[in-house]
Design a protein around this ligand. Structure first.
Ligand code: DHB
Ligand code: FE
Length: 323
């Protein structure tokens, strides 16, 4: 069975991509940003996921005001880098995982999330910059990446709660995929930033740090933040953070925070990054089966209770999602 083992968030500031492409990563301004991702790259190299699901947003590169899907899942075999005005970035073509992506599309759509299926798409800095931050600049990306594009550009974006519930549905979809794959899910964009208008340059570190805390410890509280609060507290583009809740919804309720990094600014944006791991799946022990042990009755009772609690939780999620 496939399994989501960890979730990662990372900002996607386009100037980070330009700093890499123009070989400015050693300049003090950029070194401060990139040094925060050294441990992350080590973690990624050690974790070696079989597939990454990258939740990101397109910035009028693949889509435009003519076509605005709320959630669009990349089911193609390849996603070339988009030309954002200066030619395509010199990064590898993103190789997808059509089989897993189609499986996720089927499972999630039958679970009543109306995803758009995308069989041809170019990807912009929203996806390529986070890949650079987590993988560096290899000749080929080390594993297949399934892009999930979320509309956070044109009003109305999805609510944080909807995003969280989509994450839950993705988790279920991945868990029902027969092949043994270790999947990492990324939530990208954020943190606080506003790139135009009288409040351009707005950064709110207090909001950002509380959001990072909430992401680890109490993500359901974050799902109740209304759009206006993101706009007011974190700037117009701060709304990108709802994408992080898809990542978080796809993880267990309890996670281990293995790394966090926050720095201000990169271009107009607060860079926030966190790595969360699910508890490892219980390995098969050599002990005799529970039924043969004296405490079996109590344990069975505990298991039944946990099953009832999980069913109750799933029902509550459904109730919340229907509100
Ligand atoms: C900046 C940040 C973004 O998220 C983006 O899409 C474009 C620009 C910036 O900080 O300059
Ligand atoms: Fe952006």
């Amino acid at each position: 069975m496939a399994r989501i083992i960890a979730g990662v968030t990372s900002s996607h500031v386009p100037a980070i991509g330009a700093a890499i492409d123009l070989k400015k990563t050693e300049e003090p301004y950029w070194k401060r940003v990139f040094s925060g991702f050294e441990r992350s790259k080590e973690w990624m190299a050690k974790t070696k996921p079989d597939v990454v699901i990258a939740v990101y947003n397109d910035h009028a590169s693949a889509f435009s005001v003519e076509l605005i899907p709320t959630f669009a899942l990349g089911c193609a075999a390849e996603f070339p880098p988009a030309d954002e005005g200066w030619g395509p970035r010199p990064v590898p073509v993103v190789k997808g995982h059509p089989k897993l992506a189609s499986h996720i599309a089927q499972s999630v759509i039958l679970d009543e999330f109306d995803l758009t299926i995308v069989n041809k798409m170019e990807v912009d800095h929203g996806l390529t910059v986070p890949l650079n931050l987590m993988f560096g600049s290899p000749k080929e990306w080390p594993c297949p990446v399934i892009p999930l594009a979320v509309n956070v550009v044109v009003y109305p974006p999805p609510t944080g709660h909807r995003c969280f519930m989509l994450g839950r549905a993705i988790r279920k979809a991945v868990a029902s995929y027969p092949e043994d794959l270790r999947v990492v899910i990324m939530g990208t964009g954020g943190m606080s930033h506003q790139i135009s208008g009288p409040r351009a340059g707005l950064i709110n570190s207090k909001f950002d740090k509380a959001y990072l805390d909430g992401l680890t410890k109490d993500p359901r509280k974050l799902t109740r933040i209304p759009h206006m609060e993101y706009m007011r507290e974190a700037g117009a583009e701060g709304i990108e953070m709802v994408m992080w809740l898809i990542m978080r919804g796809a993880l267990d309720d309890k996670v281990k925070e293995v790394y966090r990094f926050y720095t201000v600014p990169a271009s107009n944006t607060a860079v926030g990054h966190i790595i969360l791991e699910n508890a490892p799946r219980a390995t098969k022990s050599k002990r005799p089966p529970r039924a043969m042990r004296p405490a079996a009755k109590g344990a069975a009772k505990g298991a039944a209770k946990a099953k009832r609690a999980a069913a109750h939780e799933a029902k509550q999620d459904l109730v919340r999602s229907k509100r």
